[in-house]
Design a protein around this ligand. Sequence first.
Ligand code: ZN
Length: 284
Amino acid sequence: MKNKLSYSVFYTLTILSISCSPEVNEQGSQNVKPASATTRPEEAFPNQRGALQTTKLNGQTVIYQLFGDQAVFESDILLSERDLRQDDDLQVEGTGRTKASSRWPNKIVYYSISPSLPNQSRVLDAIAHWEANTPIRFVQRTTQRGYVLFQTGSGCSANVGYVGSVQYVNLASACTTGNTIHEIGHTIGLWHEHSRADRDTYVDINTGNIITGYESDFQTYVQRGTDGFDSPGGLDFGSVMMYGSYDFSKNGLPTITKKDGSTFVSQRNGLSETDIQTVLSMYP
Ligand SMILES: [Zn+2]
């Protein structure tokens, strides 16, 4: 079944998007009740898990989840059909995409905000933060083919990097300006900081404490079968793209600890100095 899926995921997605079977969705997703001490980073579909799927990228197995026809990994990263195509490798750095075609041309992000999205100031504030700290510029879309649409979602989620057609930042009412800064980080091409290849030098992943079904959210890009390199300076606990110690805990015990066993908190106030340097290296 897995092999079959790995060779036909693109077609499966296409079929699902045309004739989506509710039975498949009902059977494939499950409600997940976390421990009360659990903290949660951005999620596309809070408190749900989609049907686990695998595909092959660069000859390695990538685990993701299907919610209807939307493929998601690491909880808030939306995968486009292009991402999942066998002939279009998903390439990443420690925290960002390396592939030139996954970066916004001329450092310009064309965007549109859905008129029905509540509290649009969080989007404008997040954009202002990005423009104040990086060379990325945001321009309202007119006729551009590739652009990001900020719209209402069931949670907070985004595509990673430039897609070339409409792509999304989905924001539920609970998503803050800080969450929006994080999601724009994905839009620009950043992955989660804890998925760096060298993260085991800095942290332990306590798999036994992770809510069942969320284990793949804690993979490195090497474990995901994608290539790249880590930004210099080591793992940045202050990154706006970093998970916290208790994220997705099933028992109130930490899912990520520092090597000395201590815990830490994640922040969603804004880009760290390392985040900014990583973006500068991607968009020189
Ligand atoms: Zn994220």
